[in-house]
Design a protein around this ligand. Sequence first.
Ligand SMILES: [Zn+2]
Ligand SMILES: [Zn+2]
Length: 392
Amino acid sequence: MSEPKIHPEVAAIEEDIIATRRHIHQRPELAFVEHETAKMIAERLTAMGMEVTTGVGKTGVVGLFHGAGDGPCIALRADMDGLPIQETGDSPFKSQNDGVMHACGHDGHMAMLLGAAKVLSGMRDRLRGSVKFIFQPAEEGGGGARFMIEEGVLENPKVDEIYGLHLWNYQPYGTVGAKEGPILAAADVFTITVRGKGGHGAVPHTTVDAIVIASHLVTVLQTIVSRNINPLESAVVTVGKITGGHNFNVIADEVILDGTVRAYKEENRQTIINRLKEITAGVAATFGAEIELDYREGYPLTVNHAEQTEKVKRAAGQVVGDGVQFPYLSMGGEDFSYYLKEIPGCFFFVGSAPQDREPLTVPHHCSHFDFDEQALLVGSSIWIELVIGLLQ
Ligand SMILES: [Zn+2]
Ligand SMILES: [Zn+2]
C-alpha cells in the first residue's frame, strides 16, 4: 500500500488539526451536555466567516457557507459526545474530566471536520453550491441525529446529500472502508416479563412456575436466528439478563428477561419482532402464564446509497489510492442512519489503528483508546476531495 496523498492545504495546517484534537480530547463532554465543545466549534466556524447556528438538537452546531455559484447543498457531519469511561494510561493530553473520555474517536471527527472547514471556506469562490458542517451531539445512545433532523438541520437550505465518517481502529492507517447497502446493524432492546403464580416448592401443581416458563423462552428464542433467518444473513438475539425468584423452596411468580436484537436487514428485524410476539404469546398459552413483551427500537440500520458511496470511493481513492477497501463490519449501530433514511448519503470508515501496536489491541470504547493522528489528515483530505468533486 502506498503512502496516503495528503491534500497540500491540509498538510499546511497539520499542527492545528492535531492540536485541536488534543484540545478536545482533554475536555470530553457527555451526550447533550457538550456545551464547551459546542462553544469552541461555533467560535471557530464564525471566525471562518460561516453562518453559524447553535443549540440545534439541544447542543448541536451548524456552520454554513455558500460558494460562488448555484449548486447542491452538501452536508458533512461529525459527532461530539464522549463516553462515561475513566481514561487510563499516561497520555500527555489525557482527559481532564473525571469519568468522561473521548474513547470512540469523536474528538478526531471534530478536528478533521474543522480542518476541512477551514480549507474549504478559503476555496468558496471556486465552489458552486453550499456546504453545511453539522456538529452533532449524543451519538452514543442518545440519538442526537434525530433531534437535529426534527429541528430542521436538513432544511434551509435543503440538504441534497449527506456524508459522515468514523475513525476505525479495526482497519490500518492508509485504508478507507466504503460499501453501499447496509454497513451497521439495527440495534434494539427488549424486556419480557413472565407472570405466573407462586407457591411452595413442594406443591408445584397449584402454581404456574415463572422460572420453568422463562427457561423455555430462552431456549425457544434461539430458534429465531437458527430457524427463521436465512443462514447466509447476520442477525443476533441475545438474552443478556434474567431476574426472578425468591428462594430455593419457593416457586417464582415473576421472571424478567432483558435482551438485545441486532439485524442487518430491515426485513430480518421485522421477522425477529414478529417471532418474538408469536413465541411469547404461544409460550404464555402453553403454560397458562401472562407474558408481556416490551420491544424498544434503537438506531435503525445504517444503509449507504449506491451513488453517494461511489463518490466517496472516488474521493478516498484520490487520497489513499488502492487503500479503498471493503470495510471491517460489525453489528454495532450508528445514528447517522437517521439521516440516511431522509436523504441520500454515505457513511464510511477511515483506518486509524495505531501503527506501533498489534492490530485490534486498541478497540473503540476501551479506557486506553487512542488512534493514529495521521489518520486525521487522511480524513480531512477526503472531505476536501469529496466537496471539490461535488461542487466544482
Ligand atoms: Zn462509540
Ligand atoms: Zn463513535
